[in-house]
Design a protein around this ligand. Structure first.
Ligand SMILES: [Zn+2]
Ligand SMILES: [Zn+2]
Length: 189
């Protein structure tokens, strides 16, 4: 069975080199749906608590919210960084609090201190799904990701491989010692 969660991401981007309106900088509210698959954990009668899926995903994905997402070869990138530098906000601002941990993967690098994500490929809805799966695949048993942004939507299905041990009292993943980080439940050996 699957537990499903949805979160919103507000971001600005453009399709550099694309022949159409999308070559101009513009913004979206994207809706990301993550489906996590596993057996139903009998103690809590759920696959995984949806608020926990959301929390795990948001911790990383908040770097995309109220962010500018540019492809690594886009000439807007050095131009924007130059303005941020001159304004003194490139390395952070007191109002910029919603920062996740900086990350760098094959597909994307996050610079939370200036709310910027630099991508290898054009950030289409398909591109976003590839990035999100890559960031979360080791933390969640992701079976499907759907991303909708304006009139664009894409989805992809994945084979779940990790059998994650869950707490029978609160449903969240047990740590490497078989202990629940939330309630302290310990798995019987
Ligand atoms: Zn767009
Ligand atoms: Zn627990």
């Amino acid at each position: 069975m699957r537990s499903i969660t949805t979160l919103d991401l507000q971001y600005a981007h453009r399709f550099y080199g694309f022949k159409g309106e999308a070559q101009y900088l513009h913004g979206h509210t994207g809706v990301l749906t993550i489906e996590v698959e596993d057996t139903v954990e009998p103690g809590v009668n759920m696959v995984f608590p949806c608020n926990e899926i959301q929390k795990t995903a948001w911790e990383v994905l908040k770097n995309f919210d109220h962010a500018l997402i540019l492809r690594e070869d886009d000439p807007l990138l050095p131009a924007v960084l130059d303005v941020y530098e001159k304004q003194g906000i490139r390395n952070g601002a007191p109002q910029n609090k919603m920062m996740g941990p900086a990350f760098k993967t094959e597909l994307a690098t996050a610079y939370p201190e200036c709310r910027l994500v630099v991508t290898k490929e054009t950030l289409t809805v398909e591109g976003m799904i590839k990035i999100v799966y890559d960031l979360l695949k080791d933390k969640l048993n992701i079976a499907k990701i759907t991303f909708t942004s304006g009139v664009n939507a894409a989805s992809a299905e994945f084979t779940t491989k990790n059998k994650i041990d869950r707490c029978p009292l609160c449903g969240i993943a047990l740590d490497e010692n078989g202990v629940c980080p939330k309630c302290g439940y310990r798995k019987q050996k």
